[in-house]
Design a binder for this molecule. Structure first.
Ligand code: ATP
Ligand code: MG
Length: 565
């Protein structure tokens, strides 16, 4: 590509809401332009990168035997009523009405549509297993669209859905997709980890997320320093301590803490370690309020809490009115000592083994010191309620946990019979009996990958593309070409030669001075740069530099040819 014929518009200033590097760099390079909140146009430069990701995803899905389809973005309400998701999906679902008053949504995902396709198309076990996928635009009305295409409202997803006669077959396809995802992210040149993930409302079955490692990631992942255990922190199990709870040695004493509500405030005020405090929150239970207790230095894990039998499937903080009504106390001063009998007290394993602790006094402006379980406070039962922290033992028994940040770029899921059941999708087995199909689903955030790759690969000058995603592999920068015919001719010759060999090469023939030209090429992150200058030509060399290196090499034409063989 000759840059003079391309559309490249780089900018220095970006809006203040571009908080993370990838968002800033995608705007500065002009890869994307914002249309409205969470809606972006991909420019020719951006689309070159997006298409590369798409190609790798498509090639590997095809290689794994999945079959490409293309479903409509707009989906009828009736299908979503069959699975009861028209209401349950919540505010993310963009609902649309046509001129006849019929209701639709813009697809945030396609389980309903594919299951409808499958129940009509698949009649016999002989057609199974089968895995259908598409690469298509989704819309989710995210509460907080942010970070550019990382959390957009309209975005490009690869979604695949597999159908099986039994769970063994589903498990085999799941593993095949797991391996396929590994190949995709490896081919794209990303550093990633597959981590065990929460299965959410669907429950029970296996699920893994693929996380690109980057400090700005929204997800926290826990991994062992001694084994391949890795899980989303939402999911990572905190092992119960093996120590026994010490016997009480202090007497229970109420202390006045007029303004101190948080653990930090209370522990500083009373000069105790937060690990010697018990933090209590009240959540809405199936019947009335439920108290959840963790150690002061730990945090409640809402995903784990939501699984408690006492809770209605989600963990929602009780509102202040309800708290005051039941306990007579405002939030900030709640503790397990003296709570009404109607409130179950569920205690995290780590909080259950401390003695002589500090906790809320169940009286405004007070806390207790020297509190002890059983003697002063009931334990209805113990549970794993907290988020793991760095240094916790790994749940697989090998090593200790470390915590890293990640960006979720893919998710594989054994759905089981959920959608087939709700929508009546069955096939006849070998004995002629109707059997409900087992389903798997497998998503990749194609557009999010572009942002994630930048998040992981950039420096102060701009993007450093992993080669497989770069818009071009090589850029040729002629210096002073307008004044120097030989420079011009050599640059052209090199450009033609590399192009003829199928190398994706960009010729910067805009006639810019070296400074701005190099700055643009570093900003857009081209992996290899070849400078053609009068000085070099006199010496019989080109100046060559890789994007992630800071020094030039003078290399001859033969060597250059070998580099891009
Ligand atoms: P998240 O937890 O980030 O909201 P999700 O669990 O809702 O993701 P899935 O429903 O599993 O995501 O969708 C499959 C993939 O689509 C995700 O792994 C992610 O890479 C991508 N994705 C999801 N939401 C968005 C979004 N708002 N913008 C861009 N990509 C997205
Ligand atoms: Mg989401």
């Amino acid at each position: 590509m000759r840059l003079s014929r391309f559309h490249l518009v780089t900018v220095k200033e970006v809006p203040a809401d571009a908080e993370i590097a990838s968002h800033r760099l995608m705007l500065r390079t002009g890869m994307i332009r914002k249309l409205a909140a969470g809606l972006y146009t991909w420019s020719p430069l951006g689309l070159r990168v997006l298409s590369k990701v798409e190609t790798v995803v498509r090639e590997e899905m095809n290689r794994a035997g999945a079959l490409e389809v293309l479903m409509p973005s707009i989906q009828p309400k009736e299908l979503w009523e069959e699975t009861e998701r028209w209401e349950k999906f919540g505010g993310q679902l963009l609902k649309i009405t046509d001129r006849k008053g019929a209701e639709y949504c813009y697809g945030p995902t396609h389980e309903e549509v594919i299951t409808d396709f499958a129940r009509n198309e698949l009649k016999s076990y002989k057609q199974l297993p089968v895995n259908f996928y598409q690469i298509q635009t989704k819309f989710r009305d995210e509460i907080r669209p942010r970070f550019g295409v990382m959390r957009a409202r309209e975005f490009l997803m690869k979604d695949a859905y597999s159908f099986h006669l039994d769970t063994e077959c589903l498990a085999r396809e799941y593993h095949s997709m797991y391996d396929t995802y590994g190949r995709i992210f490896t081919r794209l040149g990303l550093r990633f980890r597959a981590v065990q993930a929460d299965t959410g409302a669907i429950g029970g079955n296996a699920s893994h997320e693929f996380q690109v490692l980057a400090d700005s990631g929204e997800d926290a992942i826990a991994f062992s320093d001694a084994s391949d255990y890795a899980a989303n922190v939402e999911m990572a199990e905190a092992l119960a301590p093996t120590v026994q709870r010490p016997a009480p040695s202090a007497t229970l004493e109420r202390v006045v803490t007029p303004q101190q509500k948080t653990i930090d405030e209370v522990s500083a005020f009373l000069d105790v370690n937060p690990a010697q405090c018990v933090k209590t929150i009240l959540v809405r239970g199936r019947e009335g309020l439920v108290a959840l207790c963790v150690r002061g230095d730990h945090e409640i894990n809402e995903v784990k809490a939501a699984r408690l039998a006492e809770l209605p499937g989600e963990s929602v903080l009780a509102d202040e009115t309800a708290i005051v009504q039941v306990t007579g106390t405002r939030p900030g001063f709640i503790g397990p000592v003296g709570l009404p009998d109607s409130v179950p007290v569920i205690v995290d394993h780590s909080a259950a083994v401390i003695a002589d602790f500090v906790c809320g006094g169940n009286l405004d402006g007070t806390h207790y010191r020297g509190a002890n379980w059983e003697r002063d406070a009931r334990i209805t039962h113990m549970a794993d309620l907290r988020k793991v922290v760095e240094g916790d033992p790994s749940p697989d028994g090998h090593g200790t946990l470390k915590i890293a940040r990640g960006i979720e770029v893919g998710h594989v899921f054994q759905l089981g019979p959920k959608y087939a059941q709700a929508m009546g999708a069955s096939v006849l087995d070998a004995a002629g009996k109707a059997v409900q199909m087992q389903m798997g689903c497998y998503g990749i955030g194609v557009s999010r990958i572009v942002a994630a790759a930048i998040e992981q690969n950039h420096d102060a000058a701009g993007i450093i593309w992993p080669e497989p995603m770069a818009p071009w592999r090589v850029v040729i920068c002629p210096i002073n070409a307008a004044q120097n015919a030989q420079v011009r001719e050599e640059a052209e010759k090199l450009y033609e030669e590399l192009s003829a060999r199928g190398v994706e090469v960009l010729l910067d023939d805009r006639g810019l001075r070296p400074g701005p030209m190099f700055a643009d090429m570093e900003l857009i992150g081209i992996p290899h740069r070849i400078v053609v200058s009068e000085r070099g030509l006199t010496a019989g060399t080109f100046e060559y530099r890789r994007r992630h290196e800071s020094t030039n090499q003078a290399i001859g034409r033969d060597q250059l040819s070998k580099l891009f063989a």
